[in-house]
Design a protein around this ligand. Structure first.
Ligand SMILES: [Zn+2]
Length: 130
């Protein structure tokens, strides 16, 4: 599989920069981010054939609290990312994922504005919150 995501897409945060936070993941979170890309986000990008924009990936603790994330957010471990797809509504994206063979842990339509998705290797619940 040709991987064309950049790790920076899952680490970059304007809020982290603005607040002088080092949002670089530890090695375990990095491993989780790579699994998220390899097993879920890259196959999804290949399936949709449309630009996927990661709006939030890994979050260190301080960044997570600054953006109002849940205390046990999967963003903290690199399991989760939020994204939008140009030209697709969140419910359309959810339908494509539902009808695919993609493994995921949680798939959430956030306020009809973006999708939250996570991948936990060997422990995917395939939970959907529309
Ligand atoms: Zn999220």
């Amino acid at each position: 599989m040709n991987l064309n995501f950049k790790i920076s897409e899952f680490i970059h945060s304007d809020i982290a920069i603005k607040n002088n936070l080092n949002n670089f993941p530890d090695i375990n979170s990095l491993d989780n981010i790579l699994n998220l890309i390899f097993y879920l986000m890259q196959p999804l990008r290949n399936l949709l054939k449309k630009p996927i924009i990661i709006t939030s990936g890994y979050r260190c603790k301080k960044l997570n609290s600054l953006v109002g994330g849940k205390i046990i957010s999967q963003h903290l471990n690199g399991y989760a990312c939020d994204f939008v797809v140009y030209g697709m509504k969140p419910n359309e994206i959810i339908n494509v994922i539902k009808n695919s063979a993609l493994e995921f842990d949680q798939l959430i339509n956030e306020f009809n504005r973006w999708i939250h998705i996570s991948y936990v290797k060997n422990n995917n619940r395939k939970q959907i919150l529309e």
